[in-house]
Design a protein around this ligand. Sequence first.
Ligand code: GTQ
Length: 370
Amino acid sequence: MAEKNDHFQSQIVQDFNKEIAKYHLGPLWHAIPELMNKTPKSQALPYLWKWETLHAKLMEAREIFTPDRGGERRAIYLQNPGLKNREPWGWASTTQTLYAAVQLILPGETAPSHRHTQSALRFITNGNGAYSIVQGERIYMEEGDFLITPKGLWHGHAHPGDEPMIWMDCLDIPTIYAIGGTFFENYPEKIEQPQVPDNFSSQRYAGGMVRPISDRYPKVAPLGSYKWGQTLSALEGLSKFEPDPFDGYAVEYINPSNGQTANPTIAAWMQKLPKGFHSKAHRHTSSTIYQVYKGSGYTVIDGVRFDWSQGDYFVVPNWAMHEHVASEDSYLFSVSDLPIMERFDVQREEALDTHQGHQEIVSEFKPLLP
Ligand code: GTQ
């Protein structure tokens, strides 16, 4: 081993590395330890954004940017500190594969319709009364609802209600950027007009466990919004039994016509961690962005304690050991790149097998407050 390292460091090798760089060539012997780690080495870092900070910055943005003047959404995205320097696209990354943002819409505002090859989803955290119009369907949004905007469909938002609304956006922007698959188009008018009755898709799927017979071979996801009440009753049913040791009581939002994830590239879950629940620690290839919908507790990520409470967002990067503890009944909404990892057949999972499956806490994360 010593011999190999010495040679790797030798002047003759280093000079050669420099020489070929002039021709836009690189030495594999230099790069391989970084490119081919034994196990995933995430460039994204574990991180947590406090609600106080997100809320304060959205409020400051109220006047600074309006969709009507700017022609775009008032969204502030979560920039992972580990990915900041990965220009040009790293700057819009929350994990290596996914982008997450908080979006604010005020009564009377309109966020113009557009379409793109990125898949999007929304989770409504604050307020009621705005609608998203997705490919001609007006979908009214209420707290706790989960919505999808499949890739390629026109979508815009408008707010006829009377209180500010905030929601979480998640898109596969970094993934689509990395593969060179970005297409984007503005709608010719400010916003689409309805083509079908309001809340058409959620009414068609009101049963929750049956599909209209015409949806046997769906071309696009046939359900646009998943109402909080239905999600909650699914969790209540599940909560009568034993929790999953790693995730408590968790459900995944699916395309009810075919049982696949609601969005083909982004998995979305809602999980309930009952008061006092302490999960076992594990790690997996996929990375996750959590939104604390209700409750409080902490998550230990690679030995660091991240305390969370309602409205906070946090990231568990690829292959980071993590376990959750709930101080009160808590509901965590989360998104992950599990479908991407599965598609590439690289999803693996490993439970911590020391200390009864719990990590030793070595430090506590200190969040940035406004
Ligand atoms: O609301 O359609 O955060 O297209 C990023 C891209 C939100 C949206 C984002 C988008 C949207």
